[in-house]
Design a protein around this ligand. Structure first.
Ligand code: GDG
Length: 447
């Protein structure tokens, strides 16, 4: 068997290489075990001239990490502008906030070509290449242009929009034509598959994608949740609740996650179900993300105002309804916070999968599990029908589900949790990676 070459925009930092954090890194590392593998991508560093550089190779526990730098201009135009201020909102159905500039497209293509130039120098004929995410959609075509005949698979971690939305992207048809170069295209859900297949048809292309819903490493997360439950920091959170129920929200500060909608839903609960006033605390952990992109700065200001407004309206002198953090919480503590929580509130307006929903389930205590309130628009929703599924655009729907969650009897909580946990345990990150690679291996060899 040849080598596995994983390509993603960011590769794990030197510290994360020995301690992979999060489902994706853990799942990929599992798939890389026992196979000679290389993980190629951006170093996270800048240099003046990215074309004239040699990749840095670093072998850790059998995986070779190969990284290259970007220039500041590439970081801004390829990563911040084209990837995060255009493709991200577009693929999350937010046409109203996209920002297209031809110069950004030029640099997006330049970085994909630069990645391909570096890769061809160390690729071997029997390598299998696995490209990840929206930053690198044209990479397969760039590799083919350079004569690469290896199997190349692509997995998109975010949703794929329908043709009526996708065609807003000026180079949509070009991108779709280029995606045909991949031997296998994996998406998160059946809905995404329908959308991409419709886009292919819209452009007269004969190609089809497949769904590979991503999972987490539930054992590892559950273990962290149990191991750290007596940590002094976790105890501090527990003591601070003084018997009140804990509603938890955890998301990068991103407009796709529906955080303002969630806050309005919680405020509606306080207004319509006043018995929960002082009876619960809502902890929202939202580490800052993509702070250089203006739509993220706007969201941050909106949240600052909304949290202040709701707390001002409803707080008492010894009770604050919302605790809001924009710093990240260490993963080990986060796992135990999930275990302490009575309710997880996961309300994306659109999300590829949403691993937080799965992490919450994995972290629960089977004897006294919490309740998951989950948006229909998370990619995880079709697998998690035993959650309380809500429409985040309807604050009354969110409030009703919160009330139901906060008052749900133990036997119903257990029944729902057991079904959810079975699903989370069945479809792990390791299973996801192995399955994708298996199907890629079975595709007909490129001619
Ligand atoms: C993309 C897609 C898809 C969050 N806050 C903290 C923290 N986190 C961790 C969570 C979870 C991860 O970050 C977030 O994963 P999600 O899946 O929820 O969302 P995205 O970052 O948008 O990921 C998504 C995913 O790719 C995988 O395919 O599911 O749809 O958008 O693991 O726990 N971790 C720590 N501190 C925090 O404060 N340590």
């Amino acid at each position: 068997m040849g080598r596995l070459i994983v390509v993603s925009n960011r590769v794990p930092s030197p510290r994360e290489r020995t301690q992979p954090a999060g489902g994706l890194a853990v799942g990929l590392r599992d798939a890389m075990k026992g196979v000679e593998s290389v993980w190629f991508g951006w170093s996270g560093q800048y240099s003046e001239d990215s074309a004239d550089q040699e990749p840095v190779f670093d072998k850790v526990e059998g995986v070779t990490f190969a990284t290259v730098d970007l220039t500041r201009e590439q970081y801004e135009r390829f990563y911040e502008n084209f990837s995060n201020a255009l493709l991200w909102p577009l693929f999350h159905y937010r046409i109203g906030i996209i920002d297209f500039h031809r110069e950004d497209l030029r640099v997006y293509r330049e970085v994909n070509a630069m990645f391909a130039d570096h890769l061809v120098r160390f690729l071997k004929p029997d390598d299998t290449i696995w490209v990840h995410d929206y930053h690198l959609m044209p990479l397969g075509a760039e590799l083919r242009k350079r004569g690469v005949k290896c199997k190349i698979g692509f997995f998109l971690h975010i949703p794929f929009p329908p043709w009526s939305v996708m065609r807003v992207l000026p180079p949509a048809a070009e991108f779709l034509r280029e995606m045909v170069s991949y031997d296998l295209i994996g998406l998160q859900t059946e809905e995404d598959v329908r959308n991409l297949n419709e886009c292919f048809r819209g452009c007269g292309l004969d190609k089809a994608a497949q769904a590979f819903p991503i999972g987490i490493d539930p054992k590892e997360f559950a273990q962290q949740a149990v191991d750290n439950i007596r940590d002094p920091e976790v105890k501090r959170l527990k003591d601070s609740l003084r018997g009140r129920k804990l509603i938890l929200g955890v998301d990068r500060l991103d407009y796709s996650k529906g955080i303002p909608e969630r806050l309005r839903g919680y405020e509606t609960l306080l207004k319509r179900y006043p018995e929960h006033l002082r009876g619960a605390v809502f902890l929202q952990i939202s580490p800052l993300s993509r702070a250089g992109v203006s739509s993220y700065q706007t969201l941050r200001r909106e949240l600052d105002e909304l949290v202040g407004f709701i707390n001002g309206q409803h707080a008492d002198f010894d009770w604050t309804p919302i605790r809001y953090l924009t710093q990240p919480v260490p993963r080990a503590l986060l796992a135990s916070f999930h275990r302490l929580a009575d309710v997880a509130l996961v309300t994306p307006l659109r999300d590829g999968m949403n691993l937080v929903a799965k992490e919450f389930v994995a972290a629960q205590d089977a004897a006294d599990p919490g309740v998951l309130v989950l948006s229909h628009f998370a990619g995880a929703a079709p697998e998690m029908e035993n959650a309380l599924l809500i429409n985040p655009y309807d604050c009354d729907d969110v409030a009703d589900a919160l009330d139901q969650a906060l008052t749900m009897p133990l036997d119903e909580r257990q029944k729902r949790w057991e079904a959810l946990n079975e699903e989370v345990t069945r479809n792990t990150a390791a299973h996801w990676a192995r399955h994708f690679l298996e199907v890629l291996g079975e595709t007909a060899s490129p001619s």
